[in-house]
Design a protein around this ligand. Structure first.
Ligand code: V47
Length: 623
């Protein structure tokens, strides 16, 4: 936990830091105070504090390729040096074959955005996404900004929903955040009066979210906008995110003046303004999972510092970029994976290669300790003195996958992953075990247990152990067989299922609000306890057997210390986390008291009982 109050040079920041510590939202006035401060270091520390709470030491990057399929555009935005008119000497249009030739097999995200020519057919846009998806099944499309989606809607007379539905059907996974510019009518009239305004942009993104398409959000800053306009932009995004929860990352785009005439061509935003904007967006946008330091527009150097000023996302290798470079950007056209990894490591963070949804694919660091990012694991981590270790928050199932690749040294592993990997992992004496109920592993059902035979159950993508517990309960306790199907990102309509299994914070939120259409709510630990009169061990602390003895001892000391401190006082982090998911302090306290964190004889016995039951049923296949 951070104790930095005494180090603040600008005492005006203290009440804001107190708000952050108690989970209170920042106001427009707070944002102005932050922009006005000269105490840039305290601002950075506050943003880093929030970043640590959200993503630990992780900084995400992706192996991506930018595709700007044409620069011909019917619009004439004053800040844009990329777009030209048809017939211009620099005009270009890429065929689908040319686009495909730019993509290589290791690419996992293709970022597609371009000009809007008057004569392209709808099928051509659909074909780009479809062809990429067919030829490179590992590459997910992040395609078309809200401005382009609105253009398709008007030009081809197809509703926004239908545009998105058709694109999603051929492989669009997420939408980029471009085209938001700045949500100010004043600036729009002066710089981009032919382009959609903030309300249309926000409505298109909200529509996408409701259809299971997560999106990003940008803000173009450093031209003629005021600081207040920047903050209003952030607040509008925060409000939209409260409504849908579909934004993945926020990207402040530093204006590149080029030949636009808005500013002299060498008058880039200052590094101080860039860092302030990154940090302030981290603090204002409390409901955004990630903040991106877009090195293409910030430069590598500023992006690198930004990783300690609230940013946890480095975009990616990019491949080739024209929008910023046509406007004079001085950054390289692309970075190698090794170079990005080095920048992130130099910032003292864990380089995490991600997929289009921010699921971790590979981790490039030593001494990585995995953290299940749910309320119930907080006592282990709240007073965790990191020393040589780095913390990676990761959903249980993903932690198992990374550990199989040898990329996690220790962590609170899902029990099934420990069973699978017990040749390489050793137990550390702690666990996450329910006593008689758990409140965060819940089956929401339309049918009673006995009536689930042959029915379809949607399973959260995060679980590794609870899905097996559910199978054991169904088959061994109730003698029924159901079909299981993973709820992958992008599935937002669960009405087709007869039951849905949720875990962690999501289950806790739904326990309060209910899941529409699912009247029956079952706590799986309670079902287990009523049947076996045993605790249920959901996760165990384990570390690589091959780890140095000195590291093993250091880690044990760290966890012993954190747990002891957490047992003495109710942890501020837990209160804050509970607050974020809508649980009162008392409810949070009671919830945590329902767990046993020490792996004793009863827990070992319960583990063995569960293991024999799991081995006894056919291997669970969950698509
Ligand atoms: O919408 C245009 C901006 C955006 C200039 O979603 C300019 O992950 C600076 O949105 N100076 C396109 N910016 C780029 C974009 C983006 C980039 C990286 C990642 C993601 C993401 C999205 O570029 C446009 C516009 O706002 N832009 N001209 C300029 N002169």
């Amino acid at each position: 936990m951070l104790n930095m109050n005494q180090n603040f040079r600008d005492k005006n920041l203290l009440p804001i830091f107190q708000k952050l510590q108690s989970g209170e939202r920042l106001s427009l006035e707070d944002g102005l105070t932050l922009y006005n401060t000269n105490d840039i270091i305290s601002l950075g520390k506050m943003a880093n504090y929030v970043q640590q709470r959200k993503s630990g030491d992780a900084v995400y990057f992706v192996l991506n390729q930018k595709i700007e399929h044409t620069n011909i555009c019917v619009l004439s935005c004053k800040f844009c040096d990329f777009a030209v008119k048809k017939g211009d000497a620099n005009a270009y249009e890429m065929t689908t074959e040319e686009i495909l030739s730019k993509i290589t097999p290791e690419i996992t995200e293709v970022h597609i955005t371009g000009g809007m020519p008057a004569d392209w057919k709808w099928e051509r846009y659909v074909d780009i996404v479809r062809s990429i998806h067919e030829k490179f099944p590992n590459a997910d499309a992040k395609a078309y900004t809200a401005v382009e989606i609105d253009f398709f809607h008007k030009k081809f007379k197809i509703s926004i929903e239908e545009v998105l539905r058709q694109l999603k059907a051929v492989g669009l996974r997420t939408m980029p955040g471009g085209g938001a510019e700045i949500f100010s009518e004043r600036v729009r009239r002066l710089l981009f009066n032919q382009k959609i305004g903030g309300n249309v942009w926000l409505n298109i993104h909200k529509t996408a979210h409701k259809m299971g398409i997560p999106t990003n959000a940008t803000m173009l800053y450093g031209h003629i906008e005021t600081i207040e306009e920047r903050l209003i932009h952030m607040l509008k995004l925060r409000e939209a995110q409260d409504e849908t929860g579909g934004f993945l990352t926020f990207i402040p785009l530093a204006f590149q003046p080029g030949d636009t005439g808005i500013k002299p061509s060498n008058q880039f935003t200052s590094a101080i303004d860039d860092l302030k904007t990154i940090a302030i967006s981290r603090l204002m946008l409390d409901n955004f999972p990630h903040i991106k330091a877009y090195w293409v527009m910030l430069t590598e150097e500023v992006a690198s510092v930004a990783l300690n000023f609230g940013a946890d996302d480095m975009d990616g290798t990019v491949g080739h970029e024209r929008i910023a470079h046509d406007a004079g950007a001085i950054s390289p056209m692309q970075l190698t994976k090794e170079h990005i990894i080095k920048i992130i490591k130099d910032a003292g963070k864990i380089p995490v290669e991600r997929d289009v949804y921010y699921n971790p694919l590979n981790v490039y660091a030593d001494h990585v300790v995995g953290k299940i990012p749910y309320l119930n694991s907080i006592p282990f981590y709240a007073h965790f003195e990191k020393r040589q270790f780095r913390i990676l928050p990761v959903a249980p199932r993903r932690m198992g996958v990374l550990s199989e690749k040898g990329q996690i040294d220790a962590g609170l592993f899902s029990l099934m992953d420990y069973f699978k990997q017990d040749e390489n992992l050793e137990l550390m004496g702690w666990c996450l075990a329910s006593r008689d109920q758990v409140k965060s592993v819940t089956l929401f059902s339309k049918e009673g247990w006995g009536d689930l035979n042959g029915k379809k159950i949607g399973i959260t993508d995060d679980t590794a152990t609870s899905v097996h517990l559910l199978r054991v309960l169904l088959e061994k306790k109730y003698n029924v067989h159901a079909q299981f199907e993973r709820l992958h990102a992008g599935v937002n309509d669960v009405s087709a299922y007869d039951a849905v299994l949720l875990i962690g914070d999501e289950a806790m939120k739904r326990n309060k609000s209910g899941l529409h259409g699912f009247e029956l709510v079952y706590d799986l630990a309670k079902e287990w306890y009523d049947w076996k009169k045993m605790p249920f061990v959901f996760a165990v602390w384990a570390m690589k057997k091959s780890l140095d003895e000195s590291l093993k001892n250091a880690l044990k000391e760290i966890i012993t210390h954190s747990l002891e401190k957490s047992e003495i006082d109710f942890v501020a982090d837990a209160r804050l986390h509970g607050n974020e998911i809508g649980w009162s302090e008392e409810e949070t306290r009671q919830y945590l008291e329902g767990f046993n964190f020490h792996l004793g004889e009863r827990e070992m016995e319960a583990m063995m009982e569960f293991r024999s039951l799991v081995l006894d049923i056919e291997t669970v296949t969950v698509r």
